[in-house]
Each structure stands twice: as structure tokens, then as C-alpha cells.
Design a protein around this ligand. Sequence first.
Ligand code: UD2
Length: 310
Amino acid sequence: MSGMLCRFVDENLIGSPDLHLVAPDGLKYPQPSITHGRTDIVSLTPWLAPIVWEGTFNPVILDSIYQKKNISIAATVFAVGKYIMFLKNFLETAEQHFFVGFRVNVYVFTDRPKEVPEVKMAAGRELIVRSVPSSKRWQEISARRMELIQTLIEETLLNNVDYIFCLDVDSKFHSRWGTESLERLVAVIHPGYYQDDRNKFPYERRPSSRAYLAPGEGDFYYCGGAFGGLLMEVHQLAKTCRKNFEDDAKENIEAAWQEESHLNRYMWTNKPSKVLSPEYLWQDFKPRNPEIHTVRFSGVIKNYAEIRPN
Ligand code: UD2
């Protein structure tokens, strides 16, 4: 191998987590079929990214592939002000269902570090608490997450972590969320709009905002409450959404759903390489639709007037 090629291999392949899928030899599992499977849902986007639903993947194959890679995953969760009340449930259920058996670091951002609950974490899993200022506006708390995620990646996670997921705290896990969700850039379809025409999606509709999507644009309505992917992809997303949010603010405009609107704008031009079905962020107040065979993660019922600062 020439010196130049050698350097290319070192810098570009080694340490890159998702280039090669190696399954252990001798693994036994049911034969896959390309003619039999779920027919009640669509499991591929028009740009050929998988849409993950129960019954479209085999967790045994996936886990054995990713165990060999010894991947590590970071999760961010913000619990500012009264939202700290949701943290215990979130953390305890994450221990039961979120990447069980893998290396996971959960970063909790809060203005009430003393109120972070003691939760027993399994070996290889760690809880890290970061102090953040409180705010008088919930919109700002929600939107500033992009800035803090960007900074966390730049200052702490670079070279230490392979994947990152950014999750809402007022939610809990009900069943497996694992290696089937891994990809370069991952978005979750919002449970409230997946049967609607795109013109009904609550995208930002004012052309003066950098989150603007015109009528006839947009693929799906994605959640602000869960997204992820490879560290550098999420860094690019967070940096772009933060900048666009701040540039809008300088012109006195705040997108309809803050960072969620900017995320939707970003995903329109930067297509996610994997899309998670609404199984990955349901809402407890919604009855489960027939195509939802399992709820993996869902938003708990909350009284906005009681818990938000404004
Ligand atoms: C939606 C999104 C949310 C965000 C928001 C628009 C889902 C399920 N939720 O939810 O992610 O995009 O619209 O801004 O997609 N937080 C605090 N303290 C507060 C307020 C918020 O810690 O006082 C954090 C907390 O982690 C919470 C998140 O910000 O989970 C989002 O706030 P929300 O849950 O009140 O937003 P919501 O329900 O409108």
C-alpha cells in the first residue's frame, strides 16, 4: 500500500463507525423475505432511506453487528425548571429500553443539578449532569438546546462518541429503542401529522424566516423531541439550526415551533438517511393507531400551564 493510500485509510476509515457491517459467523435467525412482510405501512422513503417500524428489522442481527463495533452512544436531555419532575421516569425507563447492553452516556442539562434523581445505571452507562441557566420563556429553553448540543459535541464528545440522540425529557420509554435506529442522520416522524397532507403540516410559513417551507414542500413532519445520528452529522444540524434561529431572532422573528421548525427545514434539504416511525415518539394522550404495533417512546400527559415558566 502506498504511503498516501495508507494515510487515507488511517484518517478516513479507522474509527468511522458505520462503513462496514460485519455479523458474527454462525448466527441463526429466520430467513429474510422480499415478498412477505408488513403491507400496512411504507418502510422506504422516496430517497430510499429506511422507515423503521416494528417487523421491518431483526434486533438480533443488528445488535450482534453493532456489539462487534463496540459503539458508544450519547443522549442529551434537558430538564430546566419544573421539567425536572420528568427526569426520573425518563432515566429509569431509558435504563430498561434504550440501547440496553451498549455503552451509553446520558447528558442531563438542568438549572437544578441538586434535584437530579439517583438512578442506578448499568455497567458501561453513565449519567453526566451539566448546569445551564434557567429562562423565563419555554420557547428559549427549547430552542437553545441546539446551541448547547453543538457546544457539547465540540467541547466534549468529539473523538469519544459515535452516535448521539437528542430527546425530550417529558417522555418515557416503553419498549426497545436500539441499534435499528442507528444511521448517519436520523429523524422521527411526528405522531400528530403522519396521516395529513403536507400543506397541513405546522411548518414555518413566513418567507422571512430561515425555517420557511413553501406550500408543496416538505416530506414528513418531524419531531423536535427526538433526532440523532453520527456525531458530525448532528453537529452540522445543530450548528445550522442554531445559526438560523439566531439570525431570525436578530430580525425579530421566531419560527412557529422554534427549533422544531428549523429542524424540519434542515431535513427537507439534508435528507435523513433513516426515518423512525411514530413508534419512536408517540403521545400518551393519543389512542394507538392499528399500524402502531409497539410504542417505544412517548410523550407523557402534562399540564403546560403548570410546568412552563410562561
Ligand atoms: C414540541 C416538541 C419539542 C419542541 C417544541 C417546540 C415533540 C414531542 N416535542 O413539544 O421537542 O420542538 O415542540 O419548541 O416533538 N424544556 C425544559 N423546561 C421548560 C420547557 C422545555 O426543560 O420549561 C425542555 C424539555 O426537555 C422539553 C423540551 O424542552 O421536553 C421541549 O419543550 P416542550 O416539551 O414543552 O415542547 P412541546 O411539548 O411543545
